[in-house]
Design a protein around this ligand. Structure first.
Ligand SMILES: [Zn+2]
Length: 254
């Protein structure tokens, strides 16, 4: 089918050079930075779009994003920052990333603690902005670094959702724009492996929901997940943690 989503790293290599242009949803975290590293290395024409949806950790994420833009040498004309803080007014109640009254979960993510970090509608809103930009600039893809580690609780990272969204934006753009989600079947540690292969500057990326730059807290769910991903991938973790996240990591037998 012509709207078929590109959902594995190997499929990125099969895309014809004339089709290699994308708007990348870029948070400043290690997933989207690994994706940018991969695509730039394969000669893609990239435009980056970054969103402020009013999260408690946005400032740290935004500064990481700006450092990455500089590192990758992406011109200002190819960088878009969108204020989505109005989303916070609609959906913040009970969402740990948006509601100051809710504590960010600590330690290894459980289904319940991860559920507190779901921002309703987030990827649909961001992909829609990406589509608008890609279509207006004549780019062929909206690229998103959603990966399998997020599937079990984030419904808008699951493969069915991504396939339907690819079909939706393809029809919405009169068959001009599709979704590129090459990490859709990868665990987070595999994303780190791909990023490492393409020299992703991990030390510039930011994941933490609680810490103050330059230190990640080392105790929130996303810090623990980050540390585990580096450990499993066998890649040196360049992150500066306030507290050692290793005490939270599961034993291998678990
Ligand atoms: Zn943290």
């Amino acid at each position: 089918m012509e709207w078929t989503i590109c959902e594995r790293p190997a499929e990125v290599y099969d895309i014809e050079p004339t089709q290699r242009s994308a708007v990348v949803l870029s948070s400043g975290g290690l997933d989207s930075s690994s994706l940018i590293s991969m695509l730039l290395n394969l000669g893609w024409d990239l435009t980056l779009i970054h969103f402020d949806y009013g999260s408690t950790h946005h400032e740290a994420e935004y500064h990481a994003f700006l450092r990455l833009v500089e590192h990758f040498g992406i011109e200002k004309e190819r960088v878009y920052v969108v204020d989505l803080s109005s989303l916070k007014r609609l959906v913040s109640k009970g969402v740990a990333l948006l509601d100051d009254q809710v504590d960010v979960p600590e330690g290894y993510y459980t289904e319940e603690s991860m559920r507190q970090t779901v921002v309703p509608g987030r990827n649909t809103v961001m992909i829609s902005y990406g589509l608008a930009l890609a279509e207006s600039l004549g780019k062929k893809f909206v690229a998103i670094a959603a990966h399998e580690g997020d599937h079990f609780i984030y419904p808008d990272c699951r493969i069915d959702y991504l396939r339907y969204m690819s079909q939706t934006i393809f029809l919405a753009s009169d068959r001009k724009v599709k979704l590129l989600a090459p990490f859709a079947h990868l665990a987070k540690w595999e994303v780190v492996s791909v990023g490492n292969r393409f020299n992703c500057p991990f030390e510039l990326t930011w994941s933490c929901y609680k810490g103050e730059p330059p230190k990640h807290c080392g105790t929130c769910g996303t810090c623990v997940e980050r540390a585990e991903a580096f450990q499993k991938a066998g890649v040196e973790d360049p992150t500066i943690y306030d507290k050692d996240p290793c005490s939270f990591l599961r034993n291998k037998e678990d």
